[in-house]
Ligand binder design. Structure first.
Ligand code: GLY
Length: 357
């Protein structure tokens, strides 16, 4: 590992010394930040038959000196590959045509890298392809067939179908409920989805499920990744917030990282991850920054069909953020919403702030 002081380290050290009170020189330490990894709660649930969860894997790699973004990608790969999580990667709930189309983005704060793929078919780990867009190209977003061709050229295995027996069964159930004459109608689609949730065929997490994972290493390097199969039974070609920089993920290496799970359309119209990072830039704690984005979502939601009887957004949304001091936080429209955190105290779930509390 490179132990030389970077320009940023040098500036920070000089600033700390310059502001030290007389007689109490500040001894600036490179290990003053406590490494940490945060994610949506599925980062604490799935192990794909192995020993560790996403946040444990990523934290372990960061602790042993691995690159912060590479560590996070390896972490979310566990969830992407686990067919038990039907909201991400292999076995994700397919689109209206029964095809699994995946979205992912990643950002590396120190290297100023960004990469994303959208509507990618046939690759179980879209986050790895997003990483290669960031590391190997001067583009930021590849979509559809182009993204698949890029992955094929790099040697990724392309499969005909990423459905599992379970995800196909869920899709067939949806097909039976949908009137083909009205399949584009939002209320028809929502009715079918809600009925499936009420009957336990689909849990709410998996209707809009996604994993966002952000981390910081001991030297303050910050990164983030978001990956998803997107909205269950989406119109073919629909792209949500997850692969859109500033919406489903945003990282600024000197400020922090933020990402989201939940209704992508609301996030796209709000650029919520960017809003959160900008709030942190102004000094807000990550939790308060996430709550500020929630207020923005509320003020941007005016259509009656998207409001509950108290005039609040009737869809799920969660934000997760970590700042350059290593502080973390989250906010959720679910009063029981929690996020996963792994640091030197070990992996655990932490309560999100309630959006409408
Ligand atoms: N947040 C995931 C999606 O809406 O696609």
């Amino acid at each position: 590992m490179d132990t030389s002081l970077s320009r940023r380290d040098f500036v920070a050290a000089s600033a700390a010394l310059a502001t030290a009170p007389f007689g109490a020189p500040v001894v600036w330490s490179r290990s003053s930040v406590k490494p940490a990894v945060i994610s949506s709660s599925n980062g604490h649930m799935f192990k794909n038959g192995g020993d560790v969860t996403c946040v444990e894997k990523a934290y372990g790699l960061i602790e042993s000196g691995g690159d912060v973004l590479e560590a996070l990608i390896e972490g979310v790969n566990i969830v992407e590959l686990d067919p038990a999580d039907t909201s991400v990667g292999y076995g994700g709930v397919p689109n209206m045509d029964g095809v699994v189309q995946l979205d992912s983005s990643c950002m590396h704060g120190d290297k100023k890298w960004a990469g994303a793929v959208a509507a990618l078919e046939g690759v179980r780990t879209p986050s790895k392809v997003a990483y290669r867009v960031a590391s190997d190209t001067d583009h930021h977003l590849l979509v559809g067939e182009g993204a698949q061709s890029f992955a094929r050229n790099l040697g990724f295995k392309i499969e005909d179908d990423l459905n599992t027996e379970r995800s196909r069964k869920i899709w067939l159930d949806w097909k039976r409920r949908i009137d083909p004459a009205h399949f584009l109608d939002p209320s028809t689609r929502k009715k079918a989805l809600m009925a499936m949730i009420e009957e336990g065929v689909l849990d709410p997490i998996h209707a809009f499920g996604t994993i966002n994972c952000n981390g910081i290493d001991a030297e303050g390097r910050i990164a983030g990744v978001t990956t998803t199969s997107g909205l269950a039974f989406k119109i073919s070609g629909r792209v949500g917030d997850s692969p859109i920089l500033g919406a489903g993920l945003y990282v600024d290496g000197s400020v922090g990282a933020a990402g989201s799970t939940g209704r992508g359309e609301a996030n796209l119209a709000t650029c919520a991850s960017f809003v959160i990072v900008e709030e942190m830039r102004r000094g807000a704690h990550p939790t308060d920054a996430c709550l500020a984005a929630m207020r923005r979502i509320k003020s941007n939601t005016v259509e009656k069909r998207l409001l509950d009887d108290r005039g609040r957004p009737n869809f799920g949304m969660e934000y997760y953020a970590i700042d350059a001091k290593g502080r973390s936080g989250g906010a959720s429209t679910n009063p029981q919403g929690r996020f996963a955190l792994c640091d030197s105290d070990g992996p655990r779930l932490v309560d999100c702030a309630y959006a409408w509390g």
